[in-house]
Ligand binder design. Sequence first.
Ligand SMILES: Cc1ncc(C[n+]2csc(CCOP(=O)(O)OP(=O)(O)O)c2C)c(N)n1
Ligand SMILES: [Mg+2]
Length: 307
Amino acid sequence: MSALFEGPELMHSGHTGCPGCGATLAMKLALRALGSDTILVIPACCWAIIAGNHPQSALGVPVLHTGFATTAAAASGVRAALDCRGERDTTVVGWAGDGGTFDIGLQALSAAAERGEDFIFICYDNEAYMNTGVQRSSATPYATRTTTTPGGLGKLTGKKDIMAIMAAHRIPYAATASIGYPEDLMRKVKRAAAIRGGTRFLHIYASCPTGWGFAPQYSVKAARLAVQCNLFPLYEVEDGERYILNARGDQPVAACLGLQTRFRHLAPADLAAIQAQVDRDWLRLRRKAAAQADPPILPGSDYNGVL
Ligand SMILES: Cc1ncc(C[n+]2csc(CCOP(=O)(O)OP(=O)(O)O)c2C)c(N)n1
Ligand SMILES: [Mg+2]
């Protein structure tokens, strides 16, 4: 087993996540990388309930529950309080869903990043407002059916490029990660924790069987396929300008979308349009990382198991 997994297990059984919940796996991996000297700040989202009701908790670290819009402001305050007490070693992590990051949490996140607040902001992205019943967010991809984009093609606009927004703040470190690639995810969490000063941002792809429409045992497979199809590229951005690609996909988007009922309505022409957009986005990313040699094609799109 990789040395990355040697940390203590801080996420325990008894949580209330759905079977196959990618956000739950994301937390398990991230906490393992962060260690016990961590404080989480969690707004309204699935994760506000997954740990369980007070005084029970499936998490071995303290959690501050906060309002939907205020993750980054609350994390700034926790950091300041710890600094006043001389507790510099404690890592503060804002942990929000895509709604709490791309949408309602964006103003507070932007402000904190601009102030250079010293914490890690982790967005676990399940591409909709899952806790309240699968409503679309600005992280929901083009042509997705949700309960608020129920008919026709589904959502008519594309996914917001949150990484470009965060890179534009010139924060020291931003990275995408996926529950499909645990070692890459944990390496990035550790890297973000090792940087002190400045806001660090992680965008973690967290598949959701309930909202996306696939059987729970395919969560990891769905996440891996998104990387393999370049729908969710894995990359890092240093100081807002140095782009490092970690993987390169070689599969058609249909391989990933075909697994999920939220895309079941798509006709071949729709899939072709999505493929063309993904190819353009991938080329744009390649250009940003222009000086870099070809990243590897990661193995495992046929992986069906659970970790
Ligand atoms: C100000 C405010 N508006 C709406 C809500 C209701 N609400 C609670 S969780 C949630 C969805 C959160 O979506 P996301 O951040 O993507 O996390 P997920 O539920 O998908 O894990 C909403 C709309 C709220 N708690 N506070
Ligand atoms: Mg969500």
